[in-house]
Design a protein around this ligand. Structure first.
Ligand code: PMP
Length: 343
């Protein structure tokens, strides 16, 4: 059984968190002269540090209790906070599966935490046997699993993911930034079962709010309390919170946009498959494709010259580019541009 208390860094355990004016008095009525705010203007007041209105709205959609939710300044903030809470710099280790999302590396480096990598197999699947020896390592505190995975696009097997969570005595983050594009099961359903599980999702992808910077962590109330303890007091602006609430209220728009992206994804896939320049398209549960082409550097540069910007992932997976599904017109411009490239 996981003893959460043994996993938290001592300095975080001992930390006396900053108490904001809104922590000291959380009512909404009265003359507020407690936060050194400006009495004039529309955005003059600090936002709710715990984003309760947003959490209530999100809770209704997801059927999850507010005290099992943390709102971050993007889900990137969640990644950084987890390193800071659970990994002693220069001492503890984290682990992920490669290739995967680049911020796990960057956040680890910023926090002076070594990030171990277990390679995915040739179909980008998880291999539990390859991971198993690492689970014995006492200095391993955090495992980051990205599903659907960026940049490969595939989801990992739910049972295998659960096996990792169940067999690890540290913290597991399952990053589900792209889950809304797939019909695979979310690991949020395991939160009550495993005290070491955190699941992150985001408003940046299917909910179309990348500019607003709103990410979510779902976990048990103890871990949520730790995230709240360490975060900057007002980490999500009022404008961001309002944008997220509006997006949740606009359910019909969300469904329509999502369906459109998914149908465009099918059209794009068929068109890409027909191109001679494309060697293979990896299966995708996300809103992008990882595509192997004959010469990724040349294809990338040629597309840039035609003002079409994709992601060159040649350094990560040889001769691969990552293409986000755009709207119909954007996808057609991409296909037209790809057709002009001579092999
Ligand atoms: N996780 C994954 C797998 C991502 O691809 C991204 C964005 N590129 C993020 C997290 C961060 O998303 P955000 O901070 O916008 O919520």
């Amino acid at each position: 059984m996981i003893e959460l208390n043994n996993l938290i860094r001592d300095n975080i355990k001992a930390l006396k968190p900053y108490a904001s004016a809104r922590d000291e008095f959380s009512g909404t009525e009265g003359v507020f002269l407690d936060a050194n705010e400006n009495p004039f203007g529309d955005l003059n007041r600090y936002p709710d540090p715990y984003q309760m209105e947003l959490k209530t709205a999100l809770g209704k959609v997801k059927n999850i209790d507010s005290n099992s939710m943390f709102i971050g300044n993007g889900s990137d903030e969640v990644i950084d906070l987890l390193y800071r809470i659970f990994c002693n710099p220069g001492k503890d280790k984290a682990l992920t599966f490669s290739p995967t999302y680049g911020m796990y590396d960057v956040s680890a480096a910023i926090n002076d935490v070594e990030l171990l990598k277990v390679e995915l197999d040739e179909n980008f699947k998880l291999d539990f046997d390859k991971l198993a020896p690492f689970l014995e390592n006492d200095s391993l505190k955090l495992i980051l699993i990205c599903s659907p995975n960026n940049p490969t696009g595939n989801s990992f097997d739910f049972t295998l993911t659960e096996r990792i969570i169940a067999n690890f005595n540290g913290i597991v983050l399952v990053d589900e930034a792209y889950i809304d594009f797939s019909d695979t099961r979310s690991t949020t359903e395991l939160i009550g079962k495993y005290p070491n599980l955190i699941v992150s999702q985001t408003f940046s992808k299917a909910r179309g709010l990348a500019a607003a910077r709103v990410g979510i962590a779902y976990s048990n109330p103890e871990i949520i309390a730790l995230l709240n303890k360490v975060k900057p007091p007002y980490n999500v602006s009022l404008l961001n919170q309002q944008a997220a609430i509006l997006a949740l209220e606009n359910r019909a728009q969300f469904d329509a946009d999502l369906q459109l992206i998914l149908s465009e994804k099918e059209v794009l896939k068929n068109q890409l498959e027909a191109l001679e320049i494309v060697v293979q398209i990896y299966p995708s549960d996300a809103n992008f494709f990882l595509i192997e082409v004959k010469d990724a550097n040349r294809v990338y540069q040629n597309l840039v010259d035609q003002k079409i910007i994709v992601r060159n992932r040649n350094q990560v997976v040889r001769n691969c580019i990552r293409i986000t599904v755009g709207n119909s017109s954007e996808n057609q411009q991409l296909i037209t541009a790809l057709k002009t490239i001579e092999l």
